[in-house]
Every structure is written in structure tokens, then in C-alpha cells.
Design a protein around this ligand. Sequence first.
Ligand code: ZN
Length: 372
Amino acid sequence: MNASHPGWAPPRSETRSPHMVSPFMAQGTATLPAEPRAGWLGEAAAAVTAVSPLAVTPRPLVHRSARTRPVYGVCVHTTGSGPAITGRKTGKEPITVALDYYFGPEGLGPHYVIGYDGTIYAVCDEGRVAWHAGWQPIGGKARWASWTAPAWWSSVWRPWNAATPADLLPPGASDPNQVYIGVELLADQTGWGFTEEQYDSLARLVLDVAWRHGITIPAAPSPRLLGHEDTNPIGRETKGVGGWDPGAHRTDPKFSWARLWSRMQALHGGSGGQAGPPAGGGAISSFEALLRSLFGAAGTLGSVLGVTEAAAAFAGGERNSDRLTDLIFHARHPERGGRPIARGETQCANEWLWIRDNVVRPALGRAAASAS
Ligand SMILES: [Zn+2]
């Protein structure tokens, strides 16, 4: 291989705009609350950068206070209709409008945004506190002491022995932002309309987060995987209808936890029961699941051809990243008949490098980490 090849990266359509437009202005009550511009946790020692390997990082990550509590779960959001409506008015891609906002000076935003095509965009390091579901604007944790749950909320959470959102958090946590990884789903002009690709990427991302942070997710929803409407049914409720962010608990559901859960189960191997990190010991299926999961981030590469062959080689003891990459690359390109990549075949070389660096090496690293 020619080591001078630049790394392959998925093509990106968004361009940076000098003009920040809030994507949230268009949905009536669907405005994000004002949250503090300075972290209230204090700046702890710099955390190690933690970004899902499934995500692309289109811009420098926003800088936030270091998270001081372990990640407890994932909080799912809709961006609301704003990005799609503003995009139509300005001719910008809705994802660009959303990213302009999340990377903008307001400072409000999640850890990840998932575009219509399933691309996962990293906004904030998981080791830092993103401002996506905070209680500070409604009065903090104490607010729940004088709150009575509406039926749509308590029907979901009473079985979990939760009377208020404060009961969903782990002991000691005082704000959802301290413990949840925030994921925004880019919505269409209705404020919802999530695509199959978004469900698929969300499922992969949730499993990836769970795995890397050692979380077991017992159900969807559950305190480990829920929506903004679950953690803030004051700010995310449409009275008489239910929640709107992302809109799972309402008379006209706009988001389906069952659909996400079945996708997670399928990705996890269809074992039934609990989703979560692939079990230790199942090295073959785990490595194959890893490869598939990592390929899932590519989107543009689409195919997962070669994953089965590489997993079989791994099971046979192969740990050389170049040889495993060769197996995947040549399975994807049967027309080559195994012919090595020649000087000048830049596109093939870049694809090979991308597979090695973004799929095979991370998979080997994680397999080694989970085996130790
Ligand atoms: Zn939200």
C-alpha cells in the first residue's frame, strides 16, 4: 500500500454558514430551553476524547465541561421542524441548518445528530456534558417535587416505579445532562417523519454507546434509553396529546420504541431478551457484529460483503489487520479475482485504507478490549 494516500472519508454536502439560524424557531412550543452558557459542574481534568466510531466528525467538537458521572443511558430527541423549514426557505440542506445551530454560539446541542440518510454526526465528546435535556431552565431537580404526572407519562413509567423524571436518574445525579448521551434525529417539516435509515443508525449507535460504556439496556423505553419527553414532560408535552420529543407517547405516535427495539435486537443477533453489549465469550459472532456495526457508520459504502469471511478468519486466529482487510476488500470486489491493488488505483486504495482504519482496526481493538 502507498502510505501517502489520504484517508478516505464519506463525502459531505454541508457547508459552513457564517449565518447562524435557529432550527427551532418554527415549531411553536418546540423551542429548546435556555440553558447555562457556562458548565455548572466545573471543569474537571480533561477527559479522553470519546466519540463513537460510527460517527463522522464534520467540524471541531464543541467544548463543554467534563462529565463527572458515568454515562447512564441515551436520550433521544427530534430536532423539530425548524431545520427542514429553514432549509426550504434558505436553500440549505436541513442537516446543515441543524449543525450550524448545534455548533453555533447558543451552546445548546446533543452529542450526536442523525441525518435522514442515517449519517451520524458527532457534535460533542461523550466525555463532556452536552446541553440537550437539562432541568436548569425548569427549576432543577427540585421542580419535580411539586409536579403531578399526566397519564401518558405515568402509564409508561409507573411500571418502573418512577413517579417523576427525577426517579429515572441514577442515585446522585441531579440533571439528565450529567448522565445521558443526547441524540437528535433530524426531522422533516412535520417535526418528525424519521426514516428507516435513522432508526437503523440510532439502533447501532445506542448499542455502540451501551457497549463502550458497559451499560445493559433492558427495554426501550427504559431509564437507560428514553426520550426527552420522558425526562422533561413539562417542556416536551403537548397538552392532551402526549409528548412531542420525539413523540412516542401520544395519541398519534410519531416515534416507535418498538421499531427501534426490534432493530436493536436484530443487530444484536436476535437473541431475544436483553439488548446491550455483545456478550463476552462469543468471539465469532461478536467480531462479526462489530464489523457490521462499524460498517454501518459508513452509509456510503453500504455493503457489508466480506464481513462473514473476515469473522471466520478471526475465529481461526487471524489478527493481522492487513490480511483481514484484504478478505473484506476482495469479497467486495469479486471482479478483481483477488488481484492486488496497483499503484494508481487510488479509489481502491482509499477504500482499502478506509476499511482497515475505520472497520477492521477498531473491531480488533474492541475485541481485544472485551476479551481482557
Ligand atoms: Zn429534545
